[in-house]
Design a protein around this ligand. Structure first.
Ligand SMILES: C[S@@+](CC[C@H](N)C(=O)[O-])C[C@H]1O[C@@H](n2cnc3c(N)ncnc32)[C@H](O)[C@@H]1O
Length: 398
């Protein structure tokens, strides 16, 4: 399962999930099913930077959603957002709502949200229990305010501060001594925050929606690294070009002549938003549409093929890689070993699929590879972004 920003094409699935809850009289105060058309203005009021709308997607299908909205219109309440979460009835009790809520709580501070509230019917015990487990407390009780089929129903306002009040106690506000790794991690978060106010943010949002499985934050970091890295760029697993385009824009804006090498064997992928019968055809078309074909050395093959490795080495010559984007299969260690000799000291690394889709899932093979390299001192972690992406730096052990 992945969580991503919703797009308008998701609206029919979103409304279907919503409408399925109407007759239950448990979840929504709506008494009749609603339509996609009538909900368009509501959907468009959301924005990824302030009041996001996320969907949980599994195998290309929307199985749940969560949205943020203004709690009350007056300015003083602007830090408080109301969240709603809905899950397809066929996917309940699988941790979908919990994952969405975890993400909402984790992301709230970076959205400028200082308190989250959920309005839940007093008889909706499963939702009340879930919110309680996620750290929400009962902040208000409104007795008999809803009439559902002639029955008076109570409304409970569940809330929590973000970050939790205990974490913001005066003791933790004392500026701690921070080491270089921590300060580099904070600088990355800061850079990401600043890009949210720049045109590249909306440029990459469109790229993400059209061409990428990665989270917008990850594409922005790829753009940032491609712009600042001293060496060239190697991408393994280009798919239809989302991350390739983000990196190319970074190279463009660096004003430097960096090589961007993308490796992709091709094939077909079933995916509701990004499905393709011919990855390489779509990749080449997308690079051409963005006018970046000339900037990209596309190697059609697997990362581990001798011919691919040879072409990478020939393209690089004596130069080094300053940014590695690794989003192919689970064999992260294999690819790092294939190309380790070409990495510059401090080479930036963006490695996807670190976490599994289900947070209860045991450690993913990708994570086992990355953790082993971190333990051996070959990789320095600097953060986790988006849905499951590890970000860090190469540490040359030789
Ligand atoms: C998850 S997709 C990459 C998504 C892309 N980064 C984006 O922005 O949407 C993984 C891609 O890796 C490719 N791939 C799988 N194994 C590979 C390998 N050994 N070498 C290079 N690419 C590989 C697949 O064909 C697929 O297109």
């Amino acid at each position: 399962m992945i969580i991503r920003d919703a797009v308008e094409a998701d609206l029919p699935a979103i409304i279907e999930i919503y409408n399925a809850t109407v007759p239950t009289r448990m979840v929504t105060a709506e008494l009749e099913p609603t339509t996609v058309e009538s909900r368009l203005p509501w959907f468009r009021e959301h924005s990824p930077e302030r009041y996001p709308f996320w969907v949980a997607e599994s195998e290309g299908r929307v199985i749940g959603w969560l949205d943020f909205k203004k709690f009350l219109p007056r300015c003083a309440y602007r830090g408080t957002a109301e969240i709603s979460v809905y899950v397809d009835e066929n996917f309940r009790r699988r941790g979908v709502a919990r994952r969405l809520l975890e993400e909402a709580i984790a992301r709230a501070p970076s959205l400028g949200i200082t308190a989250l509230v959920g309005l839940i019917f007093g008889h909706n015990e499963p939702s009340l229990t879930l919110f309680r487990r996620m750290g929400f407390e009962r902040w208000a009780f409104l007795p008999g305010v809803a009439q559902l089929d002639g029955v008076e129903r109570d409304l409970v306002l569940m809330g929590q501060h973000c970050p939790a009040r205990s974490a913001a106690s005066p003791k933790s506000l004392v500026q701690p001594q921070i080491n270089k790794g921590t300060s580099d991690s904070l600088s990355l978060m800061h850079a990401l925050m600043q890009y949210r106010h720049e045109p590249i943010h909306s440029e990459l949002l469109k790229i993400r929606d059209k061409y990428s499985m990665l989270h917008l934050d990850v594409l922005i970091l790829i753009y940032h690294f491609a712009k600042i890295c001293p060496g060239h760029i190697l991408e393994i697993g280009a798919f239809v070009g989302g991350a390739t385009i983000a990196a190319a824009f970074g190279v463009r804006d660096s004003g430097q002549n960096k090589k961007l090498i993308a490796i992709e064997p091709g094939g077909s992928v079933k995916h509701k938003r990004l499905g393709t019968r011919n990855i390489l055809r779509d990749l080449e078309r997308n690079l051409a549409r963005q006018r970046i074909s000339e900037m990209v050395t596309l190697i059609k093959g697997h990362s581990f093929d001798a011919a691919t490795i040879r072409t990478v080495l020939e393209t690089l010559g004596p130069d080094k890689i300053g940014l590695l984007i690794l989003d192919a299969d689970a064999a992260k260690r294999r690819d790092i070993e294939c190309y380790g000799d070409t990495f510059a000291a401090d080479c930036w690394m963006v490695i996807d699929d670190y976490y599994g889709a289900d947070s209860n899932e045991k450690i993913t093979p990708s994570r086992a590879d990355v953790d082993a390299l971190v333990d051996a001192g070959g990789l320095e972690p600097l953060g986790f972004y988006g849905w499951s992406t590890w970000v860090g730096r190469w540490r040359d052990l030789r």
